[in-house]
Design a protein around this ligand. Sequence first.
Ligand code: FAD
Length: 425
Amino acid sequence: MAESHVRVLIAGGGTGGITLASWLRRLRPDLELAVIEPSPHHDFQSGWVLVAGGFVDPASTRRPEAEVMPAGVHWIQAAVDAFEPDQNRVRLSDGQCMGYDVLVVALGLELQWSTVPGLAESLGRHGVTSIYRRDLAAHTHRCLQAFEGGTAVFTHPATAIKCGGAPQKIMHLADQQFKARSGVGVRSRLVFCTAQPALFPVEAYSRKMVAIADERGEEVRYRHELVAVNAPMRLATFRVQEPGQAPREEEIRFDLLHVVPPMAAPRVVAESPLAVNPEQGWVAVDPRTCRHPLYANVFAIGDVGDFPTAKTAAAVRLQAPVVAANVLAQLEGRPLDPGYGGYSACPLITSDHSVMLLEFDYTNRPVSSFLVNPVKERWFAWLLERFAFPWIYWNRMLSGLPHEGAYLKPFEGLARRLGLMRWQG
Ligand SMILES: Cc1cc2nc3c(=O)[nH]c(=O)nc-3n(C[C@H](O)[C@H](O)[C@H](O)COP(=O)(O)OP(=O)(O)OC[C@H]3O[C@@H](n4cnc5c(N)ncnc54)[C@H](O)[C@@H]3O)c2cc1C
């Protein structure tokens, strides 16, 4: 079997893989670097919410992979079939083997539509939709526009997901659109069914989210996990697990069902020696250096890593410089930088003119890159989400440029003295 070798191999050319490749190219232009990515396209997934809201065209969320691949990086257009870290190599779908000095795993996660009986075959029909599939984002917009009243159900699964705020973003946009159309708002009931015990893991944000839902009359049901869909009958079945009680099933009749599917680590990772364990499947990592605890020349970035924080592109943005520095440190035998503090963010769109930025880190407390109280809906945050973040993604993040918050960091002391950061205590 043919075997090639490269100094640094990045498995996955999505948000994490490309951002990291750009950082490495900037720091060490002569470094031999390859990215394994089967897809000919690169997607800006956060943009799918904006498509569903009717704010942007689906075409603006996709570019050819070749366009985002940094110059000088070797793109291997294949999929990883197996990780063999004891041999320092990966097996590819085209039958080749690729050896490496350092490997970075950036495969993202898998959406498990088929684990909910009746769901996969219903998508795009009978009022069942999701912003978690690019081809359904525009369909979701059409569903919201066509909705004439009735029950709209929005789900959040029991597993970890990417962008924990997205399931609620789409509900708030739907609510606003229904209320804007004569008579539709009063004929509509919006029900948010989450398998989780809270709306968000960071308590300060969760409290605010509950207040927003209450204010709008959106019903929230906790510990409700979607377990079956009968789309022709318009019935969604939930397993309800209240503490101290036996699980029970509850059926809800829907006119519109927006599903966020269960998510898991890619099978190729879960079945490899890199996984924390086969059940959880994520790549084991030191949460601060992003390095594998057993394989010193393996790192992870993005959704695939077992980082105890939310899986977002925002997290990737802050992981990338740390992983890049540590890949070079590993190659040169220097100590690693424990610099990743768990920063993540999922801007919560609450209407077409307000967003709560939802930034936090491993302390599980709100933080702010913009030096303002983040537990607040803001108009300027909407402008960031709608206009600035898509531009920043394509033009700065994927090019390996620092997070905008880095430029405001020197002013943190001043902001504190002026009382702007009082929420931090
Ligand atoms: C609807 C939605 C809204 C979101 N909103 C936000 C938001 O507002 N803010 C935010 O920060 N984040 C948001 N996210 C999350 C963000 O998009 C992800 O967290 C981010 O893309 C993770 O990057 P990644 O590199 O880990 O995974 P991905 O970007 O998914 O990349 C993984 C790559 O690996 C490739 N791959 C898969 N299997 C293989 C294989 N076997 N071999 C080789 N390559 C493979 C895939 O083709 C893909 O290109 C949102 C996501 C969605 C879906």
